[in-house]
Design a protein. Sequence first.
Length: 501
Amino acid sequence: MRSSTKTGVVSCTVLILGLCVAGIVFANGGPFVVKYPGGDPAAKGVLARLDPDLKPRHEARLRVVKEDLKITFASDPMIRSDASLPPLVYVAAEYTIENPTAEEIEIDFGFPILRGVYTEPLSMMPTPDVEVRWNGDPIPCNLISNSAIYGIIRQRARETIDKGIANNKKLAELVATVRKAKGADRAKARAQLAAYLTSWKRLLSRWDKRDAALMVEYASLDFGKQKTHARDRSPFGWGPDTLLVAANLGPLGAIGEQKATQFFAQLASHFDRKAARTYESIFTAWGGDVRERSVDLKTGKVRPREISVDPKTLEGGASYALLQRDPTIYARVDYLDPKAKISEAEKASCGAILKNLPVVFTFAPMNLLHYQVKFPAKSTQTLTVSYRQYAYADTRSPDSYQLAYVVHPASLWKKFGPINLEVAVPEGVRFRASVPCKNAGGEERTVERHGDAGKLTTRFSTYRATLKNKKGELFLAVDADAWKKVKWQAPQAAEVQARRG
């Protein structure tokens, strides 16, 4: 985005969050494999059309001497008794960066984090567990969540749709009639709108029956007042307190933010072809892959993620827990929250939208961590990004828990030294990585994050590697059955009391 020196502001290409326009990018491939009764609906699917504009750039002046990447598969100290939970993985990437120039350089950095970031469940003020340290001292950072990106997409799409409607007098009249009409008159108005969009005169606008049905529901639903970008809070208009995360959802919250976002983007593409740029282009830019993938525990090969879904988990209270841990599943099934507090008419509209939306090739959510740092002239600094997240499940036999890490940003620097990988896994738990690793032996380790009461101890095996390929993603897997048998030791009450004095 920007880089500055003491002598002024200059443009450069750096590994940062850039607000630039990209062309249409479609990946070659499909979804992760969801197995559930009725088969895989992706057989008839197409990619959702979304509109991101966050892209990384290249860095040519600073040098990364090395990256030390340390990953620990541990348990959540706050919920350690629940063996059904996946591992809570600790990730810490420490960069040693040199500024060989004679000028101070200030840069905005972006750091991609696939999937969600852990939030302590018992915290009075829940915040994502992510931290950036500059030479050991914490510095401010802003996590641009996947939901914030969705919110921006919906807002821009809604602006495009409403502008397109306003610019077409006949269409504006029909939409207004739907919104005002009641009872039988409303049904008639909805039919007239659909007929207008699919008439032979509208063929050049690419309105087929399914997209026309989506527009009818857009006219029928109340999404509330449009929100505006909170540009006073962030140069991107995104921040932890952004108003756009839950904006422009309304009743569509019952089908989930991913499908709601696809709904808006699908309609917007009829008024502005640029709106057809896809959410997956952000993954392409950062070097990730929107397809959820896993490393096979048997072969070590990277393949599409597989997960078997029990229909019972999509009903009742169990659905909420699954949604929180694995929202991508809900983007792949026609899920309508049975407890959603919406009217029967709104439920019917949600059902019609699910019926007419093209099936999305699901993707792993991505968060972007944004922070700013200044590199003094002729200096070497240490920058550390750390976070925790739950591993995701893969049910191809043998069942496993997986972690994906985007390595690709290393290739966007002119000079980037070795990436030294260290992975700690409880002893007795089978481990596999998408790169060859050596077992460096075992040792007892204590996992600590929440003070004495949150400490857990067990013996870990350590695996090490130096990554040669600095593109794409790194995948790590542990055996799920063996994981559930790990014995964790918590400090005794007397020990805790003695430490507290």
